[in-house]
Design a protein around this ligand. Sequence first.
Ligand SMILES: [Fe+2]
Length: 276
Amino acid sequence: MTDAHRHSAGAPPISQEWDLYTEEEHDRWRRLYRRQMEILPGRACSEFLEGLKKLDMSRGIPNFKNINKSLRATNWEVVGVEGLVEDKHFFELLSQRLFPSTCFIRREDQFDYIVEPDIFHDGFGHLPMLMNPVIADYMQAYGKGGLKVLDDPVKLKQLARLYWYTIEFGLVQTPDGLRIYGSGIVSSPSESVTSLELTGRLRVAFDLIRVMSTEYEIFHEQDIYFVISGIEHLIEVTMRDFAREHVYESVAERPIISAGGWVPCDRLYGPNPKRV
Ligand SMILES: [Fe+2]
């Protein structure tokens, strides 16, 4: 399985069993939610904050049945899954506008950090952006693209980097400065700040070939983020036929760039000013 798709999980979809969550688990969700909401206004992009508001998830672990009524706006659905699974299933689900979400919530001793994705990462982190029509189409196109290259591990790896540096850890340029749209960032209290404000992190203008050539680290905060010029920027990426335009070959011709590596043609962004 490709690491970038780690939030995808077991086949076939499972029932969420929402009634079985305990009050303690709902309370944990509410505290995770509140903590992020103290940090994200002015840091997350407006598309995320608008989507979050529409999904109305502040009162406890969301019930997918209710969430799906809202996700009809972009013709998506969230489905419960468990455990980790191979790329094929993940791509199949996305290509059908089905988003796989884990159902379990992290334990109390994992409150600040959890290695594997839980429902807070998948639900809070991913679902709000699926309310955005551009992201909704981008995710489906990504799934369809993945299905075309299932038998090619090199191309799969290239695609996984694209997912990682957009859906999971993407930043977007706005008139007010850089903002977060990546789910891995918005669901992390520390990276929600460091991704934007820490000097020493690389923030590089998005370039498709550059992104697909760049390795990533999964066990600590990112050293590098790629900045799109607006959420609509992802339409340009989506509308390309990677195979016909020889995108994969162009990537393969270039050296692999290590996570956090800098190359001379990178256009760099400075950090956002520190907030007081
Ligand atoms: Fe994720």
